[in-house]
Design a protein around this ligand. Structure first.
Ligand code: GTR
Length: 324
């Protein structure tokens, strides 16, 4: 017993020393729980950064929305209160026009297509657009594809969606996307979705396998229809204030560690996607895989018309579609 306690004390003392050695500790936020691939991706970035700087720069991860819901943490990141923030492109849609592009329904044909776009020149341009908004977008992460789930009935066609009420992220684009499918959208923070489904304020929401599972939404919304309307990647942003306080050398190290963490995150993502699916299926949820996506895709034309307005955005969409 005593030995155990001593060992634990020694370990925590060692950790405290390590933390104390950090000249700079970057505060990072994520809405997801510990162990979720995005949280682990940023932690991996922290480990790489600590190693490259001999423990001079560290990252402290505040997972599980400890620092707030995404929309609020984005503002805090713009102010420099939070240094790093792993979020979806979705909550940026109303403030950064280019962030709407990877958030367009059915814009990506496959995960491979999305990787080619986001890892290439087009992705760099989209990330670059954040710099006009007090942010530096470092890299993007995987988030699979999002589909509708609900507590009421199996949805197998557009007709079934009619009049139902779904939560979406706080983005006008997503409100109109759900409207164009004939359903009603309620934008609300992620953390309110579980109880809103449980109390019947909404019929359901939409998300990928790992979020459907880790949030517990699968417990209250038993029907999941794989219409895969969105493939919005995640984005890791840094406060421009925090970025500008770094030397050029340190900026390069931060960028390098962020880019390298993408590989780790993608690997973890693939594993978690499969594990979450298995868990949800084992719970007995009804998963609707037989669905004709064509009417869903066709219904999105007015959404593209409304949001892909100026030449820059039109050009981005055309170039994405041209990527093989
Ligand atoms: C998740 C995403 C989160 C958040 C959440 C939501 O898939 O990883 O960043 O955007 O969806 O729906 O609010």
């Amino acid at each position: 017993m005593l030995m155990k306690v001593t060992a634990a004390l020694l370990a925590s003392a060692a950790m405290a020393t390590a933390a104390a050695a950090c000249e700079l500790t970057l505060k990072a936020s994520d809405t997801h729980p510990d162990g979720y691939p995005t949280v682990e991706g940023v932690k991996a970035m922290g480990a790489m950064l600590e190693e490259k700087t001999d423990g001079r720069i560290c990252i402290e991860m505040f997972h599980s929305a400890q620092l707030g819901e995404e929309k609020d943490t984005i503002e805090q990141t713009q102010f420099g209160v939070i240094d790093l923030n792993r979020v979806s492109f979705g909550p940026f849609n109303n403030i950064i026009p280019e962030s709407q592009i990877p958030s367009l329904p059915y814009i990506f044909r496959s995960v491979d297509h999305m990787h080619k776009v986001m890892d290439g020149e087009i992705g760099a341009e989209i990330l670059g657009a954040f710099s006009d908004h007090d942010l530096v977008a470092l890299t993007s992460y995987d988030a699979g594809s999002r589909s509708f789930y609900n507590s009421q009935k199996p949805i197998t066609s557009l007709e079934d969606l009619a009049g139902m009420k779904f939560r979406v992220m706080q983005s006008d684009l997503f409100v109109d996307m759900v409207g164009a499918l004939g359903a009603n959208a309620t934008p609300m923070p992620y953390g309110e979705v579980y109880s809103s489904i449980q109390t019947g304020v909404i019929d359901g929401a939409e998300n990928n396998w790992p979020s459907y599972e880790s949030s517990g939404h699968f417990e209250v919304a038993g029907y999941y229809t794989l219409d895969q309307h969105l493939m919005v990647p995640e984005v890791l942003v840094m406060s421009k204030k925090s970025w500008e306080s770094l030397s050029e050398e340190d900026q390069a190290l931060v960028m390098e560690a962020a880019k390298a963490s993408t590989e780790v995150q993608r690997q973890l993502w693939a594993e978690r996607e499969a594990a979450s699916e298995e868990k949800v299926r084992a719970a007995g949820n009804e998963i609707i895989t037989e669905i004709d996506k064509t009417p869903f895709i066709e219904a999105m034309a007015p959404v593209y018309e409304k949001y892909v307005t100026d030449e820059t955005l039109k050009d981005l969409v055309a170039r994405i579609q041209a990527v093989e």
